[in-house]
Design a protein around this ligand. Structure first.
Ligand SMILES: [Zn+2]
Length: 93
């Protein structure tokens, strides 16, 4: 009874070749760039800088991680400036 398939991805790939990939967002990099993963075969895609869906290669993973860091920095700076503004408003009012 140990004949269990250890490669569920094979079944997934077969499913995908028949029905197409079923991508869901696996990571939000920026507002516009997201990483997608197929829930059947675990294939990963991303949006490149030109706005096209492309394979998530190690190169793109690297680019995305840099973009994500920049994006997070921007968000932090923005929320900080918002806090400063609101505290300034409180002081002047
Ligand atoms: Zn797939």
């Amino acid at each position: 009874m140990n004949n269990v398939q250890q490669k569920p991805s094979l079944k997934g790939r077969l499913y995908c070749s028949v029905f197409g990939h079923n991508f869901s967002v696996s990571k939000k990099v920026t507002y516009h760039i997201k990483e997608y993963k197929c829930c059947h075969c675990k294939k990963e895609m991303t949006i490149n800088s030109k706005g096209y869906l492309t394979d998530l290669t190690p190169k793109y993973k690297e680019i995305n991680s840099v973009l994500e860091r920049i994006h997070q920095n921007k968000l932090t700076r923005y929320s900080n400036s918002q806090m400063i503004q609101s505290s300034v408003l409180k002081m002047t009012s």
